[in-house]
Design a protein around this ligand. Structure first.
Ligand SMILES: [Zn+2]
Length: 484
């Protein structure tokens, strides 16, 4: 029994038959494993379509996966519901509360949390040297790492982020601390020790000492995660993490590509993020980031490319063919990318895309705020932004708008597809990673009117107006990880 489970055990004993959970349940622990949840809510198993759940019964297994979903139209719905009620296995969400898949944040720099919302005044290449490398170097200090990572994971769970794809730092010990923190607090996480050894781009005080150090350090972290005694369910996964091509030598990129083939791990890196980053790779190899990563064996089904703003048409075709994914980071792109990622074009093409906060390149840790950012940026991209031009001259990009359905999709199911993990939607065999939005939370920011709001309109309002006080519960693998 892990420590999280121990903390829960005594708190669920008060559950009785057919519990109508009080609003205060945000501050209680509730273990849904081996129980059935009766809930209304939403998920987006396919892009562009919202599946509305109305009083469905979701059976959660002892292992935290969804074993069955029963809808009121199913012939045996009533008898199943009565039976679960009889045995005390039925848990019912209160009226006004809606179940959503937990958010999947596809791009987080865990060590940058202390500078979230600041250091936004300079271009990417200056930002790294002036603010970010000095901050990341501090994670040599394990006490600092523990404090910072504990706060980050608690805050992300409270924000409804049930899965996060993390860049850590170059440090072996601090990266292990992040692994331990996610296991202890119950967040699903994919974590990489950052590889960066190019003396031309990385400072003396913060880099891998050699290609061997980068590659062996990555291998050591993979072993640590895979043999961790409290990670037998694989809630935390290791990730091969070359920071980006400019920060790595060819030997490191080659070695990490070989390691990816050998271990089958996920891979994450930055790809064609800004004019400078894109140009750096073009002048070094004469090809784009995407093509170079492919040559190094770093572009596969489990690769997530952060940003990818400057993908050419050929690049996008290549990403799709390799079944790799893009982490779209709309808020960060406003500050550091010099461009807007053509999200709609990528989705229309069938490229796997998920959403990322890019803490701290983006100034918000909230996936809801990043959903809104993705919608806003897509509209600006379609209309153009220069008011001195007439509308035809201003709008030269073509169709680019997305709406709340696409934003919700990339924040949930799209992220699960990108990671090749059974998360982000409610389906038998998928992990029960979910959040509850309490639309009646007094201190929240969602206001529904019975006269006007029903169906998808409720989800639209949640995506556009919900905030942390509306997030009443966060479950990962059936376990409520948002503890008081
Ligand atoms: Zn990043």
């Amino acid at each position: 029994m892990d420590s999280l489970e121990k903390r829960h055990r005594f708190q669920v004993s008060h559950l009785h038959t057919s519990v109508e959970i009080p609003i205060e349940f945000r501050n209680t622990a509730l273990d849904l494993r081996n129980k059935t949840l009766c809930a209304s809510g939403f998920h987006a198993p396919e892009r562009g379509k919202i599946d509305i759940l109305d009083d469905v019964l979701i059976d959660v297994s002892a292992g935290g996966t969804i074993s069955a979903i029963h809808r009121p139209s199913d012939p045996n719905y009533r008898s199943i519901r009565d039976a679960r009620e009889e045995t005390g296995e039925l848990v019912t969400l209160p009226a006004g509360s809606y179940l959503l898949p937990g958010f999947i944040d596809l791009h987080v720099h865990a060590p940058q949390y202390p500078q979230l919302g600041s250091a936004l005044d300079v271009p990417l290449e200056v930002w790294l040297q002036k603010y970010t490398f000095p901050l990341e170097a501090r994670y040599e200090d394990l006490a600092f790492a523990r404090r910072s990572y504990g706060l980050l994971v608690d805050d992300l769970l409270a924000n409804g982020t049930t899965t996060a794809l993390y860049f850590a730092t170059v440090h072996q010990d601090a990266t292990r601390t992040l692994v331990d923190t996610c296991i202890e607090k119950g967040q699903r996480a994919l974590i990489g020790k950052v590889s960066m050894d190019n003396v031309d781009e990385c400072p003396d005080y913060y880099r891998d000492a050699s290609p061997e150090a980068a590659i062996n350090g990555t291998r050591a972290l993979i072993d640590y995660v895979r043999t961790h005694p409290e990670n037998t369910d694989g809630r935390v996964l290791p990730v091969i993490t070359p920071r980006f091509i400019p920060s790595c030598t060819d030997a490191t990129l080659e070695g990490l590509g070989a390691l990816a083939k050998e271990c089958g791990c996920h891979v994450q890196t930055h790809c064609s993020e800004s004019d400078w980053a894109h140009g750096n790779v073009l002048s070094r190899y004469g090809v784009t980031d995407t093509e170079a990563l492919d040559r190094f064996g770093l572009l596969g089904r489990r690769t997530v490319l952060a940003h990818a703003n400057f993908l050419t048409t050929d690049d996008m075709d290549r990403v799709r063919e390799r079944e790799a994914a893009v982490a779209h980071c709309p808020l960060s792109n406003v500050y550091f990318a010099n461009a807007v990622f053509p999200l709609r074009a990528a989705l229309d093409k069938g490229v796997h895309v998920g959403l990322g906060t890019d803490i701290s390149g983006g100034p918000s840790a909230s996936m809801l705020e990043n959903c809104r950012g993705a919608i806003l940026m897509s509209r600006a991209l379609e209309s153009g932004v220069d008011p001195t031009l007439d509308s035809a001259a201003r709008a030269t990009f073509g169709p680019a708008q997305i709406d709340f359905r696409d934003a919700f999709y990339i924040a949930t199911a799209g992220g699960g597809v990108a990671l090749d993990l059974p998360v982000g939607q409610f389906r038998p065999g998928y992990l029960f990673d979910a959040i509850v939005i309490d639309t009646r939370a007094e201190k929240g920011s969602v206001r529904l009117f019975d006269e006007f709001d029903s169906g998808e309109q409720i989800l639209q309002k949640i995506i556009n107006t919900a905030s942390k006080p509306n997030i009443a519960a966060t479950w990962v693998g059936g376990l409520n990880v948002r503890l008081p």
